[in-house]
Design a protein around this ligand. Structure first.
Ligand code: KG4
Ligand code: ZN
Length: 331
């Protein structure tokens, strides 16, 4: 029976391949990270990223197949990220998926990376109940949306400049932490006091739009002007300001839209601070908090595979060609 989707994700710096069934069970998953390659540059070096994908992708596919000893005839389709992402990195995944599809006689579907994140909260267990408010916070995006049902999305707001993850990574770099710095900034923040500095909370007073570049610059100015303040206090004050903005906007949406659930996805959803403040807020408003398991918060191929099932249900089959400007609404 061909009841598995193979997901392939190479949009950024992780080479990931997974097999997922229609219920979101992850049958097999492998991920080759490039963190060591990029950490010395303080960010992603695109040319090195595509070369590393090229070196690891076929081994990663092979590991997934050998892991559970299945034959390609059990694969219904290959879903591969077509964007947004780095063009060179995307092309490695897309070309590999096309070649595998041709040799296995399996259809290949180009998937929007953001749709993948959206579905990550239903991996391993069906969690999301509609209507829901969704906060997508990753290295490339910060989006707040309302979902009336699984396929009806209204975007409420997004960032006008830096994304939340980008701000985390840049602040981490200023504090001498290695890229990607989200986890390290959170850890450092737990040792500090958020009361030491009151960083600005851009655009917090109204609406659903975000802006993080002013906050990031305020942190930079503070490090320049008063280096006597301990790094952990700067980290704690930055995280406090960031969480204040994210939670305030979510709260506003919970009050206006009265959803059954709040879904938080994307790499920053791995943040323990965001997870616990999100839970506190949801308990207060009687809303269910739906989070992806930690493992599926950051980029992975299982979420791409699960999203592929939706494309099949909808009869949508974008080609395996790169598309850099996809929004959350696009397929
Ligand atoms: O979703 P993701 O893996 O890739 C993109 O689609 O961009 O998100 C990566 C981002 C990075 O900016 C990383 O620093 C951030 O997620 N991140 C975190 C944490 N873990 C990863 N940010 C805050 N706290 C974390 N624990
Ligand atoms: Zn992502």
């Amino acid at each position: 029976m061909n009841d598995l989707i193979m997901g392939i994700e190479t949009s950024c710096d992780d080479t990931a391949v997974a097999l997922v069934d229609k219920s979101g069970n992850v049958i097999s998953s492998q991920l080759a990270t490039q963190q060591e390659i990029h950490s010395k540059y303080g960010g992603i070096f695109p040319e090195l990223a595509s070369r590393a994908h090229l070196e690891t992708i076929l081994y990663t596919v092979n590991d997934v197949l050998l892991d559970i000893d299945i034959s390609p005839s059990q694969i219904k389709a290959i879903g591969v990220t077509r964007g947004p992402g780095l063009i060179g990195s995307l092309l490695v995944g897309l070309n590999t998926a096309s070649a595998l599809g041709m040799s296995w006689s399996v259809p290949v579907i180009g998937i929007n990376h953001l749709k993948g994140h959206l579905r990550s909260a239903d991996l391993e267990e069906q969690r999301v109940k509609y209507p829901s408010v969704v906060l997508l916070v990753s290295g490339g995006h910060t989006i707040l949306a309302f979902m009336q049902s699984k396929y009806e999305i209204t975007i409420l707001g997004s960032t006008r400049d830096d994304s939340t993850g980008e701000a985390y990574d840049k602040v981490g770099r200023m504090l001498g932490l290695t890229y990607p710095a989200g986890y390290a900034v959170d850890k450092l923040a737990m040792k500090g006091s958020p009361q030491k500095i009151k960083f600005p909370r851009p655009m917090i007073k109204e609406g659903y739009e975000f802006s993080f570049s002013g906050l990031k610059s305020a942190v930079a100015r503070h490090i320049d002007e008063s280096s006597k303040i301990a790094a952990e206090d700067i980290a704690a004050s930055f995280v406090d300001a960031t969480m204040d903005v994210l939670i305030t906007k979510c709260k506003r949406a919970l009050i206006e839209f009265k959803p059954i659930s709040l879904v938080i996805v994307g790499g920053v959803s791995a943040s323990p601070q965001l997870r616990s403040m999100g839970k506190e807020m949801c308990d207060e408003y009687g809303v269910e908090l739906c989070l992806p398991p930690l493992k599926w918060s950051t980029d992975n191929a299982a979420m791409i595979a699960l999203a592929t099932w939706d494309y099949i249900d909808l009869g949508i089959s974008p080609s395996a060609t790169p598309e850099l400007q996809l929004s959350l609404l696009d397929y």
